[in-house]
Design a protein around this ligand. Sequence first.
Ligand code: ADP
Ligand code: MG
Length: 258
Amino acid sequence: MADTEARPDPVRVGIRNLEKRFSEDVVALQNINLDVREGEFVSLVGPSGCGKSTLLRLVAELDQPTSGTVQRPGVAETPGSIGFVFQDAHLLPWRSVRRNVELLLELQDVAADERRKRATEALARVGLDGFEDAYPRQLSGGMKMRVSLARTLVLDPQVFLLDEPFGALDEITREKLNDDLLRLAGASRLTTLFVTHSVTEAVYLSDRVVVISARPGQIVDEISVPFDERQRSLRSAPEFISICAAVTDTLYRGMAEQ
Ligand code: ADP
Ligand code: MG
């Protein structure tokens, strides 16, 4: 019945006919059309150099498209509406963990006691309570990445962009961070666009996996991931493995078409 059907969630990132050309010869992205709805977790996978980082940068307004449009929350009107997490945590070594997390709030002139409160909360959300006064050199790679996540979460972004955030971590740490990110994204209904070259990670985390071809990067296919419950044992479930195989086949197809 129409009146009991759930209305689709609003589109938070709408990408239309996007093209990015760096020069005559270098067309990074072509004919990209993609919607990410509120609360959705979408991963981008594709071979190195296919334009994944470029696409995130265009969504974040860090670069401009050659043609096409990107609809997203306005960064100028609402500072912090887009959160960006990079592979390297880029922490300032002379600042404590708490003061690293407060950094962007300082730039927004948020009052000191409010900054402190929000940083403490964000650190608790990523499992770092008790480490507020530590310095980056005292932290493991996984903990640094948690600080980086907290530094972005503290802004309460409407759209969360992550560019291979766990690529440099060992497998166990990465799996743990995957579970924490799932919990965070679910609890806060984060709208997330996540870049990875790990098919398993993409399928484990996402509602939808978008496969991009080798340069010029184009969307080869989108694969929906149906699981409600996600926990470690899912990675060895036959249905999970078969979705990973479908994503991998699509990746190979996108490389062969070039
Ligand atoms: P990915 O993140 O998928 O590895 P990138 O988005 O970093 O790929 O790059 C896509 C392509 O665009 C690559 O061929 C890269 O060399 C090129 N590229 C990226 N940024 C620039 C730039 N600022 N100037 C020229 N070429 C660039
Ligand atoms: Mg990249």
